[in-house]
Write a protein that binds this ligand. Structure first.
Ligand SMILES: [Zn+2]
Length: 290
């Protein structure tokens, strides 16, 4: 009788453990976080009619990129850096740091202010030469559309140039799929938006929403999609508030610099505390293609 009891308890304990592991697997291990940073020469003042040199723009972006890398290193998480040809050519030491710290390098055109249709080829050639690594992903400056068949011919596996939201004056993408899909043989990885309302959870939202609300919307996307995609820029981590001469709108300057460092840090801390897995875009493509 005693032996039967012990076996029965053992069985129950094992059964409970298996269920717990299964719950952990579906709740945590398979939930993926795809952070990305578009490292480009800072050109926002030029968008607002201010003359601004490449050299000045690089200074801002290099400082911001190093701040981003510090936050990622502190939290021991990896991400993907979409890099312009201009940035790679003018900051090879930063590219070296990105690669040595285990992040993925992808392409983000050549000259951020004057994007050309053929940039996906030239930027791949430049970034691969400067960094000495193979690049598999592309994002067009300002998320402009690209020709998928050409992207595939150039040797890319994925394209992440889509924000499937309606942002007046910038994007009108309410009819495109909200989550990943394949087009002309290239995986498309859109930036995350909330289900139904398609509220974008990109960089500008983390500047302007209360942090708790942003975190809640991210968790909602994760519950629905099982993964979260977002992107930031290095110049957001520079003290833009101290430079009225840039003529940058308030919604961009708000919570920039060290405030943004803190916001990125607390977002990562919240996601890590739930056991979610931070992966690169290239790894995501491989997981979905299995
Ligand atoms: Zn960009």
């Amino acid at each position: 009788m005693c032996l039967v009891d012990i076996n029965g308890n053992d069985f129950e304990a094992w059964f409970r453990l298996i269920i717990l592991l299964w719950i952990k697997k579906i709740n945590n291990i398979e939930i993926m976080i795809l952070l990305s940073f578009d490292i480009e020469e800072f050109d926002v003042p030029r968008e607002h009619g201010v003359e601004y040199s490449l050299e000045e723009g690089m200074k801002v972006s290099v400082e911001g990129t190093n701040r981003i890398l510090d936050v990622l290193a502190k939290n021991d998480v990896r991400s993907t850096f979409f890099t312009t040809g201009n940035f790679a050519l003018n900051a090879p030491e930063v590219m070296e740091r990105i690669i040595s710290e285990g992040h993925e390098v992808a392409c983000h055109g050549v000259d951020h202010f004057n994007p050309k249709e053929s940039d996906f080829r030239r930027s791949k050639e430049i970034v691969e030469r400067v960094c000495g690594v193979k690049v598999t992903g592309y994002r067009q400056p300002r998320m402009f559309p690209v020709v998928e068949s050409e992207i595939k011919k150039a040797g890319y596996k994925y394209n992440s140039s889509l924000n499937p939201a309606f942002i007046p004056g910038r994007y009108m993408n309410l009819k495109t799929p909200r989550t990943w899909f394949v087009k002309d043989g290239v995986m498309q990885i859109p930036s995350s938006v909330t289900p139904f309302l398609r509220f974008p959870l990109f960089w500008l939202s983390l500047h302007n929403l209360p942090e708790g609300l942003y975190h809640m919307l991210v968790r909602r996307v994760l519950k629905n999609d099982g993964y979260f995609v977002t992107y930031f820029h290095p110049w957001e981590f520079y003290e833009l508030k101290e430079h009225p001469e840039f003529k940058i709108p308030f919604i961009i300057k708000r919570n920039s610099g060290m405030d943004m460092v803190e916001r990125l840090d607390s977002l990562i801390v919240m996601l890590k505390s739930r056991g979610y897995k931070f992966i690169t875009y290239d790894e995501f493509v491989d997981i979905k293609n299995k």
